[in-house]
Design a protein around this ligand. Structure first.
Ligand SMILES: Nc1ncnc2c1ncn2[C@@H]1O[C@H](COP(=O)(O)OP(=O)(O)OP(=O)(O)O)[C@@H](O)[C@H]1O
Ligand SMILES: [Mg+2]
Length: 297
């Protein structure tokens, strides 16, 4: 029998959250958030520090069990899944963190290979302990992020931007069906932040990846996302197509906004389906990519 969640969300839906609430003791981190993300969408979460962005991302990959509400991710009901099912779900989700989380003493290539650990049996020590096909695949991913020439360099000798690019290559090695990124460029200067976001944009385009990413940089968010979702004190206060918004619209999220005034989300698929077109519109017409938001192509 088809569940209410399945009826409510289309076949194209990758994420459906209904009334997602997360409490930590008396503190309410998420207060009844509804969210729908469709295949191939690039959604950016914005909001003040403490508004619930990281908590939402963690509820989506099952790291935080919701206190109440329903969450369906990649066809898995996260809110009532058993640990084994959650582990299987997480094996299909790539996660990019602010702090890269590379193993500093290992080479870039071995760090990328770590992304394939879920596909091999038993522990691995050293690059040569992985099958040749995986080593080639890892090198291809490093090439894709422009760092093939650093394959055998220790990860902790790279710049922050380069380390994040290795982390993205590692995530691709994971072959994710969904990519979650929690402030992936917060530790980077504006130029490297734009390079890394551009890279994420390109790989998501090429891989047809659905991406949900939290960002503090409003210009980057507007230049990069299909849709912006704003959180304030755990409530959703914004859910709109990026191409229909100005910087001032987004800044409203950082002020007091009545959650009852949240507009209906715009339909994804009517004008935003082609990401390259959408991106060109956003960058071209809005003129929002001043400095940190500039995309190279
Ligand atoms: N493990 C936890 N235990 C207790 N409270 C928590 C925990 N994780 C988050 N919170 C609280 O939940 C609220 C939302 O936190 P969250 O980290 O999701 O915010 P955020 O929007 O990601 O902030 P930032 O932009 O600073 O990363 C905050 O009040 C925070 O203190
Ligand atoms: Mg956070």
């Amino acid at each position: 029998m088809t569940s209410t969640m399945e009826q409510a969300s289309g076949a194209d839906s990758v994420i459906t959250a209904r009334g997602l609430t997360k409490r930590f003791g008396d503190a309410v981190a998420l207060a009844g958030v509804d969210l729908e993300v469709r295949r191939g969408e690039l959604v950016v979460l914005v909001g003040l520090s403490g508004s619930g962005k990281s908590t939402l991302l963690r509820c989506l990959n099952g790291l935080h069990p919701p206190s109440s509400g329903e969450v369906d991710v990649l066809g898995c009901r996260v809110d009532d899944a058993r640990p084994a099912r959650l582990r299987r779900l997480r094996s299909r989700i790539g996660f990019v963190f602010q702090q890269f989380n590379l193993v500093g003493r290992l080479s870039c290539l071995e760090n990328v290979l770590i992304g394939a650990l879920g596909r091999v049996r038993g522990p691995r020590y050293g690059v040569l302990s992985y099958p040749l096909s995986m080593r080639r695949e890892a090198l291809d991913h490093l090439d894709r992020v422009g760092l093939a020439d650093r394959a055998f360099q220790r990860a902790d000798t790279l710049s922050g931007g380069q380390q994040q690019r290795v982390a993205i290559a590692r995530t691709l090695m994971h072959r994710p069906a969904l990519l979650l990124a929690d402030e992936p460029v917060a530790s980077l200067d504006p130029e490297n932040a734009a390079v890394v976001m551009d890279l994420l944009f390109q790989v998501s385009l090429e891989e047809q990846l659905t991406v949900v990413c939290s960002l503090h940089q409003v210009d980057l968010a507007l230049g990069w996302a299909h849709r912006l979702v704003g959180l304030r004190e755990g409530s959703k206060v914004l859910d709109r197509s990026a191409s229909s918004m100005t910087r001032d619209d987004v800044m409203q999220v950082y002020q007091r906004v009545d959650p009852a005034q949240v507009p209906e989300p715009r339909t994804f698929g009517t004008g935003d389906t082609d990401r390259s077109n959408g991106a060109a519109d956003i960058g071209g017409s809005a003129g929002l990519l001043d400095g940190s938001g500039a995309r190279s192509a």
